[in-house]
Design a binder for this molecule. Sequence first.
Ligand SMILES: Nc1ncnc2c1ncn2[C@@H]1O[C@H](COP(=O)(O)OP(=O)(O)OP(=O)(O)O)[C@@H](O)[C@H]1O
Ligand SMILES: [Mg+2]
Length: 501
Amino acid sequence: MSKNLLEMQGISKAFPGVQALSGVQFDLNEGEVHALLGENGAGKSTLMKILTGIYQKDAGTIKYQGKEIEIPNTKAAQGLGISIIHQELNLAPHLTVAQNIFIGREPKNFLNLFLDEKELNNRAKKLFARLNVNLDPRELVGNLSVAKQQMVEISKALSFDSKVLIMDEPTAALTDTEIDALFVMIRKLRQDGVGIVYISHRMEELKKITDRVSIMRDGTYVGTINTKDATIDQIISMMVGRKIDNNQKPIISQQSREKVLEVKGLNRGKAIKDVSFELYKGEIVGFAGLMGAGRTEVARALFGADPIDSGEIHIKGQKVNINSPTDAVQNGIGYLSEDRKQFGLLVGMDVKTNVAIATMKDYLKPLGFMNSSKIHQQSEEMIKKLRIKTPSGNQLVKNLSGGNQQKVVIGKWLTRDSDILIFDEPTRGIDIGAKDEIYRLLNELAEQGKSIIMISSELPEVLRLSHRIVVMCEGRITGELKNDEKASQESIMALATKRIG
Ligand SMILES: Nc1ncnc2c1ncn2[C@@H]1O[C@H](COP(=O)(O)OP(=O)(O)OP(=O)(O)O)[C@@H](O)[C@H]1O
Ligand SMILES: [Mg+2]
């Protein structure tokens, strides 16, 4: 029997207008991976923020190695050996990788006055060697992809000698190979006796890596089961308290032959090489490929976020110049970016404003006054449609759970009347029930005549939604598949790994 490390009992926590947790329990043994599951807004992150001293519980007890303790702040948690990889990336973009990892514990030299940059980088190098990750300590974090930033977060958490390690959706932005590398790390930590709390919306990971799963729903504790005794269906029904249609067959509607977008010979450095494709009215084109294949780069170029070296973009037969996101929006292109904060959310503003912001001008009355009842009505509609968990449209976005923040970004682009919508990993971090809603919505949009480019690393999702699948590898389009019987995960993967020149 492994030793009990941690025990939380009767934990409650309220925020204004929200009972985030009521009487929740959770326990963790040495050397186990214990999954914490639940729909968006169930209270997972809040419970773990209490354990790491970010929030204070209103009621309940926490026992650590058999003794009842209080965790008044994050320093106290670190002192106890409890560390967390946050769901939201918390890195400082203007600092280097090494500076981010050792922030607040930097080595000093010469009378303790100057930061010893060399020593800092050396320590980081040693850490990366130990963890087997490929990162340059001197690189600015702001230059890294979301996946790499996640690796920095993970390395940072592992740089503390932790007894308890909490991972809040660590794989959300990672590729399969990166996930495999992470699992190797997790197994090693488990051997060393570290207790790991694992939060994820990816059901297929549970069997691979977890020993037990605990399920929460609406701020309450539902139950705990041994992973080997559980079925995924059982876990899902405990999570959502209702049945979900989890079948994988494509929901594909009719399409027209009206060409909406034509991209010709797009080039940008090494990231985009001679990319040409077409998009028709009412069509969903899935962009598949491995991380770094150039899909996000193509999306960013179409949205005017990065300049292109050469190539042409035609919209409804007209050649257009897109030099900025404003140009793109004016040409009817919407972009749900993979990095939600960049073109996504104003986290300091309320839900209502965020939903309305992409269409602000539509809400202006003559003389420039805001039509607040229209904004209210639209945002209420979105909250209902996407099942955004919030006390009202007036809640600040930063107070929503991670998955619900995502739904707000989606709501924002759905409200806007764009003809061409680019969704970059639309369901990342979204719970399994809400995923279904999003699939339905994308399908509805296509039926209404919108044209959609959907970038997704989840092949079942690509196969389920796309009319056509464009596959990229190393900046090039390596193939295009009609989504018929012949399209499969294997045929996509073959193209995704096909190197040309
Ligand atoms: N600082 C805060 N102020 C107000 N409400 C909050 C705050 N933090 C969390 N909440 C609310 O508490 C509830 C639980 O949120 P939490 O972030 O714990 O969910 P979660 O299970 O982690 O969801 P997800 O899967 O989307 O990350 C949500 O309704 C959320 O809006
Ligand atoms: Mg969360």
